[in-house]
Design a protein around this ligand. Structure first.
Ligand code: FAD
Length: 513
């Protein structure tokens, strides 16, 4: 006989998206069931992470220290042999003003089996009821609303009812169809062939932990150091080559490596791993797609279940965890009756699409191999509407900070860390506007000193971030620093980062006056 139980939220899938959402909802008292088809640790691709995940979401999840102590390879940035310039070029996350202001200056290269396991264990520790080897087979619906799932564990079929069902089942999700249609990009229809090497070479210090991305005639390579001895190597090529990859992966990989002298040279000291979880060639379709809708009554799609973008900027885990954060906020906000579902889930979808769109729009230009890095940086400035003159917009975008910065401020402000960051943020002094100068002059001495330091953060976004993150008692400083342009966003994250709230009309007035 079927057993039945009731929850606030049922999450389908225990990857980064699912465990992020489950942990955050549980942190604010929600009762959450997470069902994962496999037993962790399990293999997954997507090993190069972004600073927004490590310093933003992992801190909110209280798992930052565990990740820091896991011994993963530190990633300062990326190195590309890309475009018409034959020489590799490198970017450092720490060079962009917004990243610097928030201290989002590095990320990690991770074995996903270990990283995902850390996040799932953390969810358990926070009180999420996690079942592994538990497969969801169908959604349960009543009166046009999703209200639960049918799932199977140890051969027994069960029903779990919930106010919200979260589809975090990744690219293989079938439940996304309940919300809308999956639409594939015309441009990014690639296939990846990848494997692992032992004792292969490294880029020279200080870039030895960077991802190395190398374009060649048929596509591009990733080269990711996962430990001192283990390297993930993958070739991403157009779908026309798929049969060749499946027929003889070894020969296909050899022919790709032969076309990339830089990759060939790094691999020359190494041996392909031929046993254990990293012992075989793997092939993954990686077509980019978005669902026409990211939610329906009672159902929310996060991570790859909602959308996926070509991995050249390692954005997958960032989008998965960031969407987990956004959707958790929407669920918690509705559970408390603070906003209605249309507004709350509308805000989740708007922000998730916006961050996806930034990567997508930028990638369209990045795949044009006839350009050099300066034109890519220009394109990034255009996409982010930035007036920076250097490569800051590019770095901000590829750090996962293109549209997300205000999602993480509250967090830094709450911890008191922001004050120290304010002091550290002084760089490239810029001319403050006359109005700001006047406001600064009217402040009490201690506040003025603080504000002057913060005002020299190198761009409007940086100052805005700092302003928002300041504790209440520095309200006057906040005003002085606020961006002169009125913002159109009227729903903003709460200071603890876990709810949505309406922007107070007074704030809009202050920033626009
Ligand atoms: P997943 O990690 O896929 O997790 C979904 C989970 O749901 C799985 O554990 C699965 O077992 C479970 N599940 C599925 N169906 C059910 C069911 N019916 N019942 C219960 N459980 C179920 N991203 C990066 O950040 N960096 C990279 O370098 C990178 N490289 C990539 C390279 C390639 C070739 C590809 C294809 C992707 C790459 N990605 C990268 C993207 C990354 O792999 C994904 O974006 C990320 O794993 C998405 O996380 P998720 O939690 O949405 O889904």
């Amino acid at each position: 006989m079927e057993s039945e139980s009731a929850y606030d939220v049922v999450v389908v899938g225990g990857g980064p998206a699912g465990s992020t959402l489950a942990t955050l909802v549980t942190k604010r008292g929600g009762r959450v069931l997470l069902l994962e088809r496999e037993r962790f640790p399990r293999h997954q691709i997507g090993e190069s992470l972004l600073p927004a995940t490590i310093h933003g979401v992992c801190r909110l999840l209280d798992v930052f220290d565990d990740v820091e102590q896991a011994g993963f390879v530190r990633k300062r940035g990326g190195t590309f042999r890309w475009g018409r310039n034959d020489e590799p070029w490198t970017f450092d996350f720490g060079k962009a003003s917004v990243n610097k202001a928030l201290n989002f200056t590095y990320a990690y290269q991770v074995e996903r089996s270990r990283f995902d396991h850390i996040l799932l264990q953390n969810a358990r520790r926070h009180g999420v009821e996690v079942h592994e080897e538990a497969t969801v087979g169908a959604l349960v619906e009543e009166a046009g609303r999703v209200c639960g799932v049918r799932w199977v564990e140890s051969g027994q079929e069960r029903v779990a009812r919930a106010r919200y069902v979260v589809d975090a089942a990744g690219h293989q999700s079938r439940f996304h169809q309940r919300a809308g249609k999956r639409e594939y990009s015309k441009f990014f229809q690639n296939v990846a062939l990848y494997c692992y090497y032992e004792n292969a070479g490294r880029l020279p210090a200080p870039n030895s932990g960077n991802i190395f991305s190398v374009a060649f005639d048929e596509g591009w390579f990733w080269y990711i150091p996962l430990s001192d001895s283990l390297t993930s190597v993958g070739a991403v090529v157009a779908k026309e080559h798929a049969d060749r990859l499946r027929g003889d992966p070894e020969a296909a990989m050899r022919s790709f490596v032969d076309k990339c002298p830089r990759i060939a040279s790094l691999l020359s000291s190494g041996t392909r791993v031929s046993s254990g979880p990293y012992g075989s060639y793997r092939i993954r379709k990686d077509y980019s797609y978005t669902n026409t809708a990211f939610w329906a009554p009672g159902l929310v799609l996060i991570g790859d279940a909602a959308c996926f973008i070509d991995p050249v900027f390692s954005s997958g885990v960032h989008l998965a965890t960031y969407s987990g954060l956004l959707a958790a906020r929407s669920i918690l906000t509705c559970m408390q009756g603070r906003l209605d579902e249309n507004e709350s889930f509308g805000e989740f979808e708007r922000r998730y699409r916006q961050e996806f769109a930034v990567f997508y729009e930028f990638l369209l230009g990045f795949y044009d191999m006839h350009q050099d890095e300066e034109s890519y940086f220009w394109k990034a400035r255009k996409v982010l509407r930035s007036d920076d003159r250097d490569n800051s917009a590019f770095i901000q975008l590829v750090a996962g900070m293109g549209t997300t910065a205000d999602d993480f401020f509250g967090l830094r402000g709450e911890s008191g860390e922001m004050l120290q960051l304010l002091v550290d943020a002084v760089a490239d002094p810029v001319e403050g506007g006359k109005r700001r100068q006047e406001r600064l002059a009217s402040l009490p001495a201690d506040a003025r000193q603080l504000a002057e330091r913060a005002a020299s953060a190198p761009n409007e976004a940086g100052r805005g971030i700092i302003a928002q993150a300041l504790p209440e008692r520095f309200g006057a400083v906040r005003e002085a620093l606020s961006a002169p342009e009125p913002t159109t966003a009227h729903i903003v994250p709460s200071r603890d980062g876990l709810y949505w709230e309406r922007r107070q009309p007074e704030t809009t007035q202050l920033t626009s006056s």
